[in-house]
Design a protein around this ligand. Structure first.
Ligand code: PLP
Length: 442
């Protein structure tokens, strides 16, 4: 009898005992191809020697030092490396233990920045529908997923949610992609004006939307317009790259694909690659200088900020990504994955859309391709696909509620950067079989 409080109380989970490259192995010896890196975490697979050694070395040297008293070599080196690669004038790194903590830090830093500048009235955060920013109360308030928010609604901070940039489901028939992008970006300016520009502190978005929409990329020009609007009204732009960053979408920082930089950027998942729990919030020189010139400290903090073992692991992860040029490999394997997904599924009567970037791909399922009508949620398609793929040794990330948190189904793929074409092809064989065995029952 287990005493672990699991995610689902009625699940009977196998026990993972080992990792081998792109595979997880359970106590019965069954191997699972990690086709979603858990949830876009395990970018280097499960047995990277360099990262494992870095952790062991760091534990032997120094396990912990509280950041209220001391800094550490791995945290300093990791911050230098990230800033050397970061877009725009991002200049400082605040290390935390995961994605939700990075987002909480970003929201609070945005607020404190305006306070330091003598603008206490700036308090509104604007986010987007169908986004996910984490499960702590602040991050959940920012997130726009109705299903995740519903039961905690009375506890959440009031925030605005504008449209996502989700052209497959929301672009008009006669509207060009560029026009659609401009139309939905305009919702930001409209909302800023509705709230009163002097009261808005920040806008937060995922450059490529992960868990809720399934690898949805923005329309060309969308984020350029978003950046213009933020600049026009003195609103900070926060990018949540917790899932799509760290090389996952073919650039070390996902927003490089759109050619713009945020004021604050959150990363996690691929930063520690699953070897250690770590996240980070990067902020611009302007923001850091405002804190320095003002109260002199960010009124925030957690015990495990900048944990040296986590930082040493992440330093080894980022060095691996850069020195082995794994971002180029993401683009190359990503092109293969895209071609294979389209070859196998683009004509499928129940596949509505295949979208993504790098090694981050989503397949959205529909009951009717012409009308794009989703399946009835009571059929539980995403859950059935998860079960069928897992039984055959594939871990992927099917999610319901793609359209509005209630209806719609997609599967998200985010395999390790080291996956070979053969491994990707075998994973798609399993997905193919699972789709064929599941859909007739829907
Ligand atoms: N932000 C995004 C975009 C995410 O996808 C996630 C997790 O899936 C989070 C934040 C929260 O990260 P964590 O689960 O590490 O707290």
């Amino acid at each position: 009898m287990s005493h672990v409080f699991p995610r689902h109380c009625h699940s009977d989970l196998p026990t993972a005992v080992a990792g081998d490259g792109c595979y997880l192995i359970d106590s019965n010896g069954k191997r699972y191809f990690d086709g979603s890196g858990g949830a876009a975490v395990s970018c280097l697979g499960h047995s990277n020697t360099r990262v494992r050694d870095a952790i062991k070395e760091q534990v032997d040297k120094l396990a912990f030092a509280h950041t209220g008293f001391l800094t550490t070599e791995p945290a300093e080196a990791l911050a230098d490396l990230l800033i050397a690669q970061a877009p725009g004038d991002l200049d400082r790194v605040y290390f935390v233990s995961g994605g939700s903590e990075a987002v909480e830090s970003a929201i609070k830093l945005a607020r404190q920045f305006h306070l330091e500048n003598g603008k206490p009235e700036r308090r509104h955060l604007i986010a987007r529908r169908q986004s996910y920013h984490g499960n702590t109360l602040g991050a959940l308030s920012a997130g726009g997923n109705a299903w995740r928010r519903q039961q905690f609604a009375p506890l959440l901070v009031e925030m605005s949610h504008i449209a996502p940039c989700y052209e497959y489901a929301e672009r008009g028939d006669s509207e060009s992609l560029a026009d659609y992008g401009q139309r939905v970006a305009q919702e930001l300016e409209d909302e800023i004006l509705r709230l009163g520009p002097e009261t808005v502190m920040a806008f937060i978005a995922e450059p490529v939307v992960g868990a809720t929409l399934g690898a949805v990329i923005p329309a060309p020009g969308y984020f350029t317009r978003i950046r213009e609007i933020c600049d026009k009204y003195g609103v900070l732009l926060i990018f949540d790259e917790v899932m799509c960053g760290m090389g996952r979408t073919g650039h070390l920082f996902a927003c490089d694909a759109d050619g713009i930089a945020p004021d604050i950027l959150c990363i996690a998942k691929g930063l520690g690659a699953g070897y250690q729990p770590i996240g980070a919030m990067l902020c611009s020189k302007k923001i850091y200088n405002a804190i320095t010139a003002g109260t002199g400290f960010f009124q925030h903090g957690h015990t495990y900020l900048g944990h040296p073992v986590a930082a040493a692991a992440a330093l080894a992860v980022v060095r691996e990504i850069l020195e082995r040029d794994l971002v180029a490999q993401v683009n190359e394997r990503g092109a293969y994955l895209e071609a294979e997904l389209k070859r196998r599924f683009a004509q499928h009567p129940h596949v509505g859309d295949i979208r993504g970037r790098g090694l981050f791909w989503g397949v959205e399922f529909v009951a009717d391709r012409q009308t794009k009508e989703p399946f009835d949620p009571s059929l539980g398609l995403a859950g059935k696909l998860k079960k069928a793929t897992f039984a055959q040794g594939l871990i992927c990330y099917p999610m319901p509620g793609t359209r509005d948190g209630r209806v719609g189904d997609h599967v998200l793929l985010a395999p390790p950067f080291i996956a070979s074409e053969q491994e990707l092809s075998q994973a798609l064989d399993i997905l193919d079989k699972a789709i064929e065995s599941t859909l007739p029952h829907c």
